[in-house]
Design a binder for this molecule. Structure first.
Ligand code: SAM
Length: 333
């Protein structure tokens, strides 16, 4: 039995951001007006090296973590990412996954699979090319993301597809996505638009409640709920009654799941966050670079977790949404 926090929650899952840079400018995540030419991204020396990331990951595995997700920013813009995957895969029998926008995935899928990645999540917000280009705001076509999903699948990686749903922007794509991926083996997960960071102009009116998404899809393709596979599973899952697979919804706004949250997050510059909506992190890079050994690192990480009391989503109001929270591109989605 590993450690638990002040609310009795174990640590099972760590999300590792390997870069704060991205080749997309999704309007709800890294809007161009903020993340433009003058934006100061982290300089290279401030990023954790692969060796440093591996040490932090090992410390978490020692405390009971069984699931590692590499994210960003766009993780595939970090050079030689498969070398990090190989290091993390060697830490044990873990669920080792990656969240990506897919732009660079087709070329990398085989190397990532060979390095020991167990599966991949590809973000794709619409099948309508015009809507998708507007949302990614770099004119990136849907067809290339669909090609990347096929390439990942051919490389032997199970694929999930993430769709962030924003009222008035892509809610019309929900049914298209369900239709397109039914029967392919790729589960689609619909995510409520969240008030992460402080730059995406979040308003409660922009959120399409998960219950509405399930109703929309269920009206065309009847669904039934699936029992959670484990404590802390983020997506609420539903299966198609005709056996064509399943969908998930992530209802962080309308049905917060803080009580079961077993996730830690490591930013690209080595800060440890115990909530996606945190304002401050704990500086592990300073510890790593001051010569701490693995026992000291493990103890520091454990102490942070044992003090954890975050439950932001359960306390969310229009006022908390305006707090200066860290950006998702920095902390990792
Ligand atoms: N670049 C990678 C990608 O596109 O998947 C990984 C990082 S991205 C921050 C991770 C996920 O967070 C994506 O699926 C993205 O759509 C989602 N995301 C970003 N901002 C969000 C928000 N405000 N609400 C809900 N999901 C969001």
């Amino acid at each position: 039995m590993g450690i638990v926090d002040t609310l009795g929650r174990p640590v099972r899952d760590i999300r590792i951001s390997v870069t704060d840079r991205c080749n997309f400018r999704c309007v709800y995540c890294m809007p161009k007006e903020v993340f433009g030419r003058d934006y100061r991204f982290l300089p290279r020396r401030e990023l954790l090296s692969f060796e440093e990331i591996e040490r932090v990951a090992r410390a978490f595995v020692g405390h009971g973590v069984r699931k590692l997700r590499i994210t960003g920013g766009e993780p595939l813009v970090r050079r030689d990412l498969e070398l990090l995957v190989a290091r993390l895969a060697a830490l044990g029998d873990l669920d080792l996954t990656l969240t990506t926008n897919g732009a660079l995935l087709a070329a990398k899928a085989k190397a990532l699979a060979d390095a020991g990645l167990t599966r991949v999540t590809v973000s794709l917000d619409s099948l309508d090319d015009e809507v998708f280009r507007q949302m990614n705001d770099v004119d990136f076509p849907v067809a290339r993301v669909l090609g990347a999903i096929d390439a990942a699948s051919e490389a032997g990686l199970p694929v999930k597809v993430n769709v962030v749903v924003k009222r008035g922007v892509n809610e019309g794509s929900v049914l298209d996505m369900a239709r397109r991926f039914r029967g392919t083996g790729h589960a689609v997960r619909f995510i409520e638009f969240m008030d992460v960071g402080a730059t995406n102009g979040w308003r409660l009116d922009d959120v399409v409640p998960a219950a509405e998404i399930v109703r929309t899809i269920g009206a065309e393709f009847p669904l039934e709920p699936v029992e959670p596979a484990y404590r802390g599973e983020v997506a609420e899952r539903y299966r198609y009654l005709d056996g064509q697979g399943e969908i998930g919804v992530i209802a962080s706004v309308t049905q917060p799941f803080c009580g079961d949250c077993t996730r830690a997050r490591l930013s690209a510059d080595g800060k440890l966050y115990t909530c996606l909506f945190a304002v401050r992190g704990h500086d592990l890079r300073a510890l790593l670079r001051s010569g701490a050994d693995d026992d000291e690192l493990g103890a520091a990480v454990g102490a942070v977790w044992e003090r954890r009391s975050d439950r932001y989503s359960e306390l969310r109001t229009e006022e908390t949404a305006a707090l200066r929270k860290v950006e998702m591109s920095y902390i990792g989605g």
